[in-house]
Ligand binder design. Structure first.
Ligand SMILES: Cc1ncc(COP(=O)(O)O)c(C=O)c1O
Length: 426
């Protein structure tokens, strides 16, 4: 038994699918102590959009460290934070005509979701929140209450209340008008559900199974929130920072959420950082009301500034569209024809191969085979039956082709092993 098995809690999870000991990583590849190299279609669950040890970002972080810059600063004014705020404003907010105030939260996505929910409840003086079936917002109690996965909820050990789950337009009955349902819930005096302070949503549910919200639906959701005086919180933790193309994934619907939550790739280097963006009039916090020792990871600020500059300098958005189109075509031409029970979904550089229509548990086998063949990827969605393709945005086209070829081999082998017809649902 290794030290991980003898000492580390049973709660560990990704290491069970990727059981090597990893020692090094560069760009889109990570290396195990055995000397094996793996292509990375996992990207730190979305924290490594700019790849591993991105040279441009690394140089800035190393220079900052060597200059003995502040390494820890709570929420004090530091030059690293000042530069980040200025660059974030210049490169992200102003060009999009967005006016948000920035709250630095504890280091992870769930901390920012907690802050956003707390703020929304304070602002509206209501306790209820609407979330969606298939949603993933984090594992601490407030965010877990807004997360739909019953396995994760079951681990809470206490009640998770004040959140109602509404049907999401994908992953639910296609013919169902989810906006009309929300409207009914909010207007029917006998719906049994009080008006919430906020509706929290993902423009594309990543952990939920690559479920994409249609543009028109998002516009209607924004309109519904306006009409009913409800705050709209967009959780950009996984699909923000350029994952779907534009910096914010909600840009594709041309809407402006009241509150936005960002984490994962915002630091550019896999360093912990999370922020809440709020419309200025919502900033009703009193000093120190929501605090934490690790708000404002200084190295993450340096990485985040460098990442924004890097993304801007290489026109990352256009690059993501190009590579996303390659993946779309590959999946359409090479993967979908393998079996009638396969469907694909996605955009930008987040894609899902859904094998849930098959009776056999192909997804686990496919992911395991990919790993054997040298590719790391994750499974998401109901019963983990969607294979998620999420490489660093900076991956080269050659590496993308190489990874996709491995996916094809794995999918093909797994489906060929069984008589497809035997396993298809009637
Ligand atoms: C959409 C979304 N929100 C929130 C979180 C929670 O972030 P963290 O794991 O950093 O707490 C995640 C994590 O995967 C996520 O995908």
């Amino acid at each position: 038994m290794n030290v991980f098995e003898t000492m580390e809690s049973n709660v560990r999870s990704y290491c069970r699918s990727f059981p090597d000991v990893f020692v090094k990583a560069k760009g889109s590849r990570i290396y195990a102590d055995s000397g094996r190299a793996f292509l990375d279609f996992f990207a730190g669950a979305g924290a490594l959009n700019y790849g591993h040890n991105n040279d441009f970002i690394k140089k800035k972080i190393v220079a900052y460290l060597e200059s003995d810059g502040m390494s820890h600063g709570l929420d004090m004014h530091t030059s690293a934070k000042e530069v980040f705020l200025n660059r974030f404003s210049e490169l992200i907010l102003k060009p999009r005509n967005l006016s948000y105030k920035v709250q630095f939260c504890g280091p992870t996505g769930t901390n920012a979701v907690e802050a956003a929910l707390k703020l929304a409840r304070r602002v509206k003086g209501r306790t209820g929140i609407f979330s969606f079936m298939g949603a993933f917002h984090g594992m601490s109690l407030g965010s877990l209450a807004a997360t739909s996965n019953l396995y994760h909820r079951g681990a809470a050990g206490t009640d998770l209340d004040r959140v109602h789950f509404m049907p999401f337009p994908q992953g639910f009955m296609k013919s169902f008008d989810t906006i009309q349902y929300l409207e009914e819930v909010l207007t029917d005096g006998h719906s049994g559900i009080e008006k919430p302070a906020a509706i929290i949503f993902e423009t594309l549910q990543a952990e939920g199974g690559i479920n994409e919200a249609p543009i028109e639906w998002m516009k209607q959701l924004r309109d519904l929130c306006n009409r009913h005086d409800i705050l709209l919180i967009c959780d950009e933790v996984q699909v923000g920072c350029g994952r779907t193309g534009p910096f914010f994934s909600f840009e594709r619907a041309d809407i402006v959420p009241d509150i936005v939550v960002l984490s994962k790739s915002i630091s550019g280097y896999g360093l912990p950082m999370s922020i809440v963006l709020m419309k200025p009039e919502l900033d009703i916090w009193n000093p120190g009301e929501h605090t934490g020792t690790f708000r404002g990871n200084q190295l993450a600020f340096v990485g985040a500034t460098a990442a924004l500059e890097y993304g801007d300098s290489i026109n990352l958005e256009a690059d993501v569209y190009r590579k996303g189109e390659f993946v779309r075509q590959f999946l359409t031409k090479e993967i979908v024809p393998i079996s009638q029970s396969i469907s694909i979904r996605g955009m930008g550089l987040i894609w899902g191969i859904d094998v849930s229509a098959s009776k056999h548990d192909f997804s686990k086998e496919i992911a395991a085979r990919c790993y054997e063949l040298g590719l790391i990827l994750e499974r998401v969605g109901r019963d983990d039956k969607v294979i998620k393709l999420m490489p660093p945005l900076t991956i080269s086209l050659e590496e993308l082709e190489e990874g996709c070829a491995i996916v094809k081999q794995a999918v093909q082998e797994c489906f060929e092993k069984y008589e497809a017809s035997e396993y298809l649902l009637a």
